[in-house]
Design a protein around this ligand. Structure first.
Ligand code: SF4
Length: 76
């Protein structure tokens, strides 16, 4: 298992994470920010955390590298 941390309030909706891992990231039509699929909300929605399988590591590490805002972190 890996954990994905996402500071949603700083997202600029550029879509780079979606291109790297489309099964895990989606830009919301409501506010133009990204959504971490199956992410649990923390700090009133400023931070989201998702625990996902090892098979998703590479794609989500790529998403983290691609994110120009530096708001995706992978642990584990
Ligand atoms: S790459 Fe970063 S800034 Fe761009 S949509 Fe994804 S989380 Fe938001």
């Amino acid at each position: 298992m890996i954990r994905i941390f996402f500071q949603r309030n700083k997202c600029i909706g550029c879509n780079a994470c979606v291109e790297a891992a489309p099964f895990r990231w989606r830009v919301s039509h409501k506010d133009g920010r990204c959504t971490l699929v199956e992410g649990e909300s923390r700090r009133g929605g400023q931070l989201y955390i998702a625990r996902v399988g090892e098979d998703e590591r590479e794609a989500n590490e790529q998403a983290a590298r691609n994110c120009p805002a530096g708001i995706i972190r992978i642990e584990g």
